[in-house]
Design a protein around this ligand. Sequence first.
Ligand code: B12
Ligand code: SF4
Length: 455
Amino acid sequence: MKRILLVSSNITTEPFPVYPLGLAILASALTGRGHIVDQFDFLVAGESDETLRERVRSFVPDYVCLSVRNLDNCDSLATQAYPAIAKRLVDVIRGCCAVPIIIGGSAFSIMPEEFLDFAGADYGVVGEGERLLCDLIQELSAGKTPSRLLRNTGLIPGSEMISPLYSRELTGFYMESSGMINIQSKRGCPQKCIYCSYPDLEGDTLRFRDPAAVVDDMERARTDFGIDSFFFTDAIFNDREGHYLLVAEEIIKRGKPYRWTCYIRPQGLRRKEVALLKRAGLYATELGTDAACDRTLRALGKDLTFEEVLEVNNAFVAERVPCAHFVMFGGPGETRETAAEGLANLEKLKHTVVFAFTGIRILPNTPLHTLAVREGIIAADASMREPVFYHSPLIDRDLLYSMISDSFGARRNRIFPPEISQAKRDILLRYGFRGLLWDTIIRFPKDRVMASPED
Ligand code: B12
Ligand code: SF4
């Protein structure tokens, strides 16, 4: 039995602070192997190095595990980068104890070799960590010398995925700051969008948890911590096989109401499915629309059409469930014409919110990276740790910026540049609202009296 301190390094509060679910899963796995685990969150600790030092000194760990979620905020217009924080925390931990430091998490796993060297941790675990971390600690405790960087040889089947062990201290903070806790009903994504690292992180086949186990986790969170609001962190909630409908049915069957939200791929979802999700507690959803016209959707490998996006939007409006579209302009193939076509298309999306971004964060091991190398935008061996964005060479960036700004105008439900959304959020937070918050902007047809003209 060892004493293991888990540390979340994520301090990003935009679009809202997110519960470190990875930490809760690692805590569950390690506790299951008989270890004593403590969960520390640098954001909850007010980003205080001294508080971390105190926790290390008082807990006296045999191992410290650092979780790194984000590389940056993916906003080309107001970039923030986070790897330096991970490095700083490694230094702080080293300065007050001499135990092995193990690093993992999505940001780390996107560029493990480079990140391990940069942060200076002792060991790194790539991808899902619950099994490998337990094995690594067993080996180290047995005096063996495992390799510095460990990779999974196979992915954990859905039926063997374990429940998270939420921490009281952390749930209190996140319910207060963002009004929700995270949960996962599956892993993996079979789509091949050219800029995306999710299939690399989670695998390209869907691995489903038992819907009953998922809802058991929700019930336990309510019983233990009074939580009834969740975000499903699945890469795509509405999988083609329809597992998501089974999860919704299971929630309904238990007869206990929850509020929850998720990420939806805007394809193949009709009013019937939306109605079921709504009955199960879906109160709003974010749509991975990503591009605004068929040419750019195709260039991004989205495998969907704008007509399909429109149909899904209309299904949400018909059921009066707020939805928001996230759209990136300036990707491969973007020209003045496609931008104009895309902006005209977005006007067809009624009773919704649109968040627009320009440029696409280039991540290693993606087709976008290969394209950017081919087009001479980056060198093949360039470090991707600090954010580099793909901007279509076929349209001037300032022109694109003003086209989007002019088209969106001052409308409350059209958000560009992305940073203005935080100012709007801050106002709502001050009034005591919690959750996604953009959903409070939307007015459906019956609410016309309160609607702003553009709705
Ligand atoms: C759901 C999600 C969201 C939701 C979160 C909602 C919520 N309430 O949580 C929303 C849409 C709001 C969101 C927002 C953002 N996200 Co996001 N998000 C995800 C997603 C799909 C899943 C994250 C998750 O919770 N997974 C489930 C948990 C269990 O997995 P995990 O944390 O990775 O942990 C496992 C392993 O990593 C590992 N592990 C983790 N820590 C450690 C530590 C050690 C020591 C070890 C051994 C192992 C280990 O073991 C865990 C269990 O298997 C990932 C992509 C992905 N597929 O991973 C992107 C992802 C994490 N997001 C990303 C980004 C950039 C963001 C934003 C900055 C975007 C933006 N500008 O708004 C914000 C930041 C939010 C914040 N405050 O941090 C990036 C981060 C990397 C990067 N490019 O910088 C990712 C990887 C997507 C990507 N490829 O770009 N996100
Ligand atoms: S963008 Fe969404 S649908 Fe496309 S590969 Fe990534 S997770 Fe899958």
